[in-house]
Design a protein around this ligand. Structure first.
Ligand SMILES: [Zn+2]
Length: 218
C-alpha cells in the first residue's frame, strides 16, 4: 500500500459526517450534537413509560444526534461505539450510582432481525456500558415474537403490536436493572419490557436512551 493511500485511510474522520477531524467529531458536528443535548438529562415524568421508575435521555432525536444513531445502525457501529461514552459517560455513571443499578440490559430485538443489515445498536451499547462500568449484562430478557417496526405504526397500534413480544426469565429477582435503548419515541417498547421484568420479580427498573424522539407520528 502506498503511503499516500495509507494516509487517506488512517486520517481520523468525524463519525457523523466522515470529514477529516481531530477527534471523533468534527468541530461543526460537535457543536451540532451539543445543541441536541437534553439539558436536564431526564425524560419528563409525564412521558416516562409505565412501570419504569425513572427514564433518562442524553440527546433529543434530531440533527447530529439522529445522524449519529442512523449512521451507527446502518453503516459503521464501531466508530460510534468507540466514542459514544465520551459524550454520555457522565450521565451513565450518575444513573448507575443514583439508582443502585445491579445489571444492564438492552431492549432486545427478535432473532430474525439479526439477519438484516441493521445493527443491534442497543445491545452493543449495553455491552460497552457493562464493560466500561463493570456492571453485568442481564441476558434473560428476550424478544419471542416478530413485530412491526414500532415507529412505522400509529400510536394506538404501538401497544397492541408488542403484546406477548417479550419474555423475562427469573434470574433477575430483586435486582435493579438499567434498560438501554438507542431511541425512545412513545415508550411502548420500554413499557412492555418493564412489564415482563416486573412479572419476573425485577427490583427497580430505570431506563436510559441515547436519544429521545419527541416527534410523534400520528
Ligand atoms: Zn462532522
Amino acid at each position: 500500500m502506498s503511503d499516500f493511500i495509507r494516509k487517506i485511510l488512517t486520517v481520523p474522520k468525524c463519525r457523523c459526517c466522515f470529514k477529516p477531524a481531530a477527534g471523533n467529531l468534527c468541530e461543526s458536528c460537535g457543536l451540532q450534537l451539543a445543541a441536541c443535548r437534553m439539558k436536564e438529562g431526564k425524560i419528563p415524568d409525564a412521558d416516562c413509560p409505565p412501570l419504569v421508575d425513572t427514564a433518562y435521555g442524553s440527546y433529543y432525536y434530531k440533527g447530529a444526534a439522529a445522524q449519529s444513531v442512523i449512521k451507527a445502525k446502518f453503516s459503521n457501529p464501531a466508530r460510534f461505539l468507540s466514542s459514544f461514552l465520551q459524550d454520555i459517560s457522565v450521565d451513565i455513571n450518575t444513573i448507575l450510582v443514583q439508582n443502585e443499578i445491579d445489571m444492564v440490559r438492552s431492549v432486545p430485538c427478535h432473532k430474525s432481525k439479526l439477519y438484516t443489515c441493521e445493527t443491534d445498536l442497543p445491545r452493543q451499547m449495553a455491552k460497552v456500558i457493562g464493560r466500561r462500568f463493570k456492571v453485568p449484562v442481564y441476558h434473560g430478557l428476550k424478544k419471542i415474537k416478530k413485530t412491526e417496526i414500532q415507529h412505522s405504526l400509529p400510536l394506538a397500534k404501538r401497544k397492541t403490536n408488542l403484546q406477548g413480544a417479550f419474555l423475562a426469565q427469573t434470574d433477575i429477582a430483586g435486582k435493579n436493572l438499567l434498560l438501554i435503548d438507542d431511541v425512545m419515541t412513545s415508550g411502548s417498547t420500554l413499557s412492555r419490557c418493564a412489564q415482563r421484568l416486573v412479572q419476573a420479580g425485577c427490583g427497580k427498573i430505570t431506563a436510559w436512551v441515547y436519544a429521545y424522539n419527541t416527534y410523534m407520528e400520528e
